[in-house]
Design a binder for this molecule. Sequence first.
Ligand SMILES: Cc1cc2nc3c(=O)[nH]c(=O)nc-3n(C[C@H](O)[C@H](O)[C@H](O)COP(=O)(O)OP(=O)(O)OC[C@H]3O[C@@H](n4cnc5c(N)ncnc54)[C@H](O)[C@@H]3O)c2cc1C
Length: 291
Amino acid sequence: MYDIAILGTGPAGISAAITSKIRNKSILFIGSRKLSDKINKAHQIQNYPGIPDITGVELAEKLLEHLECMNISINEERAVAVYAMGNYFGIQTDKDMYEAHAVILATGILHGKAISGEKEFLGRGVSYCATCDASLYKNKTVAVIGYQPEYEAEADFLAEIAEKVYYFPMYHADIRVSEKVIVRKEAVIEIVGDNKVTGLKTTGKSYETDGVFVLRDSIAPDRLVPGVTTDRNHILVNMQMETNIPGCFACGDITGKPYQYIKAAGQGNVAALSAVNYLDKINRHDKEKEM
Ligand SMILES: Cc1cc2nc3c(=O)[nH]c(=O)nc-3n(C[C@H](O)[C@H](O)[C@H](O)COP(=O)(O)OP(=O)(O)OC[C@H]3O[C@@H](n4cnc5c(N)ncnc54)[C@H](O)[C@@H]3O)c2cc1C
């Protein structure tokens, strides 16, 4: 059981991890050692106090150095669901299941709309995690919609279990999947079914399938954390970065505009301090109960 689970390795998550570590909390930090595309892709950053002119790649190097010198490690995983269990949280990733007393959501903003049918059939044929749900599709047909090349490996893994695997890449690059995987370079427009998924439609074609794996970096917040209050793609928070779920905090782009590094980092700091206060409160409460 960790004290605080922090999801997302952009400026918001990094700042939350640093402050949580300074406050001696055990942290589970989920994301990528590449940190965030939104850091790496910036050509020139001029509005981060103390660093008048820096490229995104240079900033990423500095942030990684900061994490390393504080012995903060990153679990290279993708969170697929966060469940509020009363006095703790269950965090399901594409590799494992974890528990933490508090959660800080710093997963950035999801650009683009969900695929039609994605939300409706989630858990009824739509999945965000090959490792978690592959076994349901033994000898069946599945479609994998991959938004980054790294998801080609997930299609290969599914091909070891399912009878037939279609791969729909949502990016332009050479596709390197095993020969068992059927690649279709077509835009997916709808996931269809009745009680559960029966197929999907692309521009011009229809495919029969028992399941659809939608694999992208970001998952809409209300699907990642069932029960959290959102306004479109943003999680609603107060000035302490508290969401409507006790023990669950959010920071950075995911809480709304402006989308800026310093705002994300500032909110990450506030979220961590609020999580620390929350943990202190529940510890005090537990001790009082024991007396
Ligand atoms: C090209 C470009 C240039 C920019 N230039 C500037 C600038 O000069 N100044 C400025 O202030 N701002 C700039 N921005 C905006 C800035 O990048 C963002 O505001 C900032 O990165 C937001 O930080 P964040 O931590 O909230 O989210 P992000 O940086 O988006 O980080 C979120 C991280 O969480 C990860 N994640 C998402 N879902 C999951 C999951 N389920 N499990 C695990 N990890 C997950 C994502 O992959 C990502 O790594 C720029 C943005 C772009 C795209």
